[in-house]
Design a protein around this ligand. Sequence first.
Ligand SMILES: CC[C@@H](C(=O)O)C(=O)SCCNC(=O)CCNC(=O)[C@H](O)C(C)(C)COP(=O)(O)OP(=O)(O)OC[C@H]1O[C@@H](n2cnc3c(N)ncnc32)[C@H](O)[C@@H]1OP(=O)(O)O
Length: 304
Amino acid sequence: MALCGAGRLLLQHPRNALRTFFKHNRTFCCSNNDPQEEQIREKFKLFPGGCIDLHKQESKIALMTINNPTRMNAFSGSMMLELEERVRELETWTEGRGLIVKGAAGTFCSGSDLNAVRAISNPQDGMKMCMFMQRIQTRMLRLPLISVALIEGKALGGGAELTTACDFRVMTADAVIQFVHKNMGLVPGWGGSARLVRIVGRQHALKLLAGAKKVDPDFGRQIGLIDEVLSSPQGGGNVLVEAEQWLSQLTKGSAPVIRAIKNVVISGSELSLEQALRTEIDIFGTVWGGPAHCEALAQRTKHK
Ligand SMILES: CC[C@@H](C(=O)O)C(=O)SCCNC(=O)CCNC(=O)[C@H](O)C(C)(C)COP(=O)(O)OP(=O)(O)OC[C@H]1O[C@@H](n2cnc3c(N)ncnc32)[C@H](O)[C@@H]1OP(=O)(O)O
């Protein structure tokens, strides 16, 4: 088999491609010994309240719940620290296939806890909080899991940004996503600006940000921000069941293959063509001849 330049390069230096990809990744892996990060972590601890629950289910779909209902699931300082811990847990969950991110008590998330925000409104602390949350949400989007934000009620400000840190978004008929940052004299800082442009394109992103426009399910579908509108009502017991059924269409089959698919899509969307091609071959090499491949070859596979 004649190998293209990239393939030949890869065979000569097989780990360069993955090293390239994960080096690219590492810029966002939290640097625990960064004094700046330690400082903001200590400050976050001054603002307790709520929690980030994580349930790794038998189905290998994890359920992450933003849980601070008395504050419409706003992120307290301690919840920002817990989000980091949960993402780290998911990064090492090797048999995982999917992730659903939802809010408690029938609403998604109303962004930062404004009480905490008022106390860290100086530029230095604001930047550190922003960098911290941006890094965590970038790592979340890069998890080798297929992720979906289940949006009920309100997803406002940083909560709207959090929806874009998932691969997909599904919402109940009465839910609203709103990037309220402009009304706060801000721009999104948790990575929501960069991700929104890549999801809906430049002009729709401008409308949502400069207009602080409320996104209902119909408009969300129209601009490609929303992937499914659930028939179950907000707070209804079936909302989660429906979201899991929706996600299961993408997470059936071999976990290593699903994780490899997510990884090739990440590298294809984030790296240069040359690097992405090298990474693709390297990831291909992790599933070629693997259990799922051998099982498929042993059967007369007919694709429906
Ligand atoms: C990078 C972005 C990031 C940042 O800049 O750090 C941000 O996200 S800034 C925050 C952006 N979010 C908001 O501005 C949302 C503010 N909240 C609301 O607009 C409304 O509360 C609501 C979410 C639309 C819900 O309204 P409603 O149904 O009328 O309920 P209440 O307003 O009575 O809220 C119930 C309860 O929850 C408290 N709450 C709600 N959101 C927050 C929040 N972000 N921070 C702290 N507390 C919040 C609200 O104060 C009520 O508490 P009590 O008054 O004690 O009952």
